[in-house]
Design a protein around this ligand. Structure first.
Ligand code: NAD
Length: 411
């Protein structure tokens, strides 16, 4: 199933519960603006390549549109559109004053030199700089992009529009970034996992966890949960999965990844299994934190973990979601589970506008407060309306956006 179709299904289910008028549904689902651009770029070997880049602005009823930039070979308009709409609901679920957007380029960053990556990023900004801005649309990191890419974006945008650090978030701390942004999404996933365990009457200590993906989100999630004394029994990345029944030594895995171009290849302290096997391990919590669409109708029936935390965006497709639900699994949805990143991005943007920087402790405290509020609202909504956590989170988000749109006047 195409990813935007899946997002629409989740939207419709929540809209049914909210008894939302058809006209409002159409308005809320339709993206506001979509841009597709050609990015001609000269590679280090002199070859000319024409890449395709996208920026989709979904909705701005609650504020400037916010969403990451993904550099990955599978990026296409449908995926970016789906991710942009998820950002609208996500920023509303955690109640920060933003709308939703997303962008990306179909490119494999592992095959690029740093100079090529920089040229591509700057050329992309040349094409979209009129569409983004600190009061209109603010990009951030996602798969394949990091703080270096964000610094280039700020620099390139500033060449056209003057000094504007708030045009992009996820920048290096020493270049208008904020302490705690890099860890924020994984930390948020960890915090919310512990909150959910608490609500289910379980303790973190000894809880067996499998995490797919060991990039920004997966590695920080693993670190947080290991420090909370969960037993992280499996981790993985694009080179495969690594399993150890008595618990992976997470600090050792983190060191290995740092020393091996951020990859786990050759991590000898665990049994090498496949990414497919990881998803079906007999664990207490499964955390897909890599790419979308990894739990589908084909394998959902074999997921043994009673709890699935969507650290990645859309890792469980709509058919799989129905199967997991029917099998009594609890799914903490992406629009809540991975909202820590955009929350700390919001803190960064606020501080860029004030030329002031919070301490790491303050960032962590505010993140905890924002995510706890969102979690408790979602949990209560799910209990009261007897719906899944996903439907409850979408209901919260959609209701807030619909109210803002109606109050502001739509047409
Ligand atoms: P990243 O590029 O830092 O890391 C991605 C990881 O996934 C890497 O370890 C990579 O090797 C691995 N991977 C890639 N393909 C894989 C596959 N087929 N099977 C298993 N592993 C695979 O990206 P990230 O920033 O950690 O993002 C991961 C997910 O989290 C994405 O879905 C992204 O949209 C979502 N997300 C990220 C943020 C953020 O702040 N970075 C915020 C919200 C959501």
């Amino acid at each position: 199933m195409r990813s935007f179709e899946a997002t629409k299904q989740y939207f419709q289910r929540a809209a049914d519960e909210l008894e939302l008028a058809e006209s409002l549904r159409t308005y809320l689902m339709m993206p506001r603006r979509e841009l597709q651009v050609q990015i001609p770029v000269e590679m280090d070997n002199g070859e000319l390549r024409s890449l395709v880049g996208y920026r989709v602005q979904h909705n701005r009823a609650r504020g400037p549109m916010k969403g990451g930039l993904r550099f990955h070979p599978e990026v296409d308009l449908d995926e970016v559109r789906s991710l942009a709409s998820l950002m609208t609901w996500k920023t509303a679920v955690v109640n920060i004053p933003y709308g939703g957007a997303k962008g990306g380029i179909a490119i494999d960053v592992s095959k690029l030199s740093a100079r090529e990556l920089e040229r591509i990023t700057r050329k992309f900004i040349d094409e979209i700089h009129e569409m983004i801005g600190p009061d209109s649309d603010i990009p951030a990191p996602d798969m394949g992009t990091d703080h270096r890419v964000m610094a280039w974006i700020m620099d390139q945008y500033n060449k056209y529009h003057g000094f504007n650090p708030g045009v992009v978030t996820g920048k290096p701390v020493e270049f208008y970034g904020i302490p705690g942004r890099e860890e924020a999404t994984g930390r948020g996933v960890g915090l919310l996992t512990i909150k959910l365990l608490g609500r289910l009457g379980r303790k973190a200590v000894g809880t067996r966890v499998a995490i797919q993906g060991f990039g920004n989100v997966g590695s920080h999630t693993a670190k947080f949960l290991a420090e909370a004394e969960c037993k992280v029994v499996a981790i993985s990345d694009s080179t495969g999965a690594y399993y150890r029944a008595d618990g992976i030594d997470v600090p050792k895995a983190l060191r290995h990844a740092i020393e091996h171009e951020r990859l786990l290849r050759g991590f000898a302290d665990a049994e090498h299994i496949s990414n497919e096997q990881l998803l079906e391990l007999d664990v207490d919590i499964l955390i897909p934190a890599a790419v979308g669409g990894v739990v589908t109708a084909a394998n959902a029936g074999r997921v043994k973990a009673p709890v699935v935390i969507e650290a990645a965006n859309s890792p469980v497709d709509a058919e799989a979601d129905a199967i997991l639900d029917a099998n009594g699994k609890i799914v903490l949805p992406d629009v809540l589970a991975n909202a820590g990143g955009v929350t700390v991005s919001y803190f960064e943007w606020v501080q860029n506008r004030q030329y002031y920087q919070w301490s790491l402790d303050r960032v962590r405290q505010e993140l905890d407060k924002t995510l706890t509020n969102a979690f408790e609202h979602t949990w209560t909504m799910a209990r009261e309306r007897k719906v899944s956590l996903r439907t409850a989170a979408f209901m919260l988000g959609i209701d807030r956006v619909a109210r803002a749109a109606t109050l502001g006047g739509i047409s």
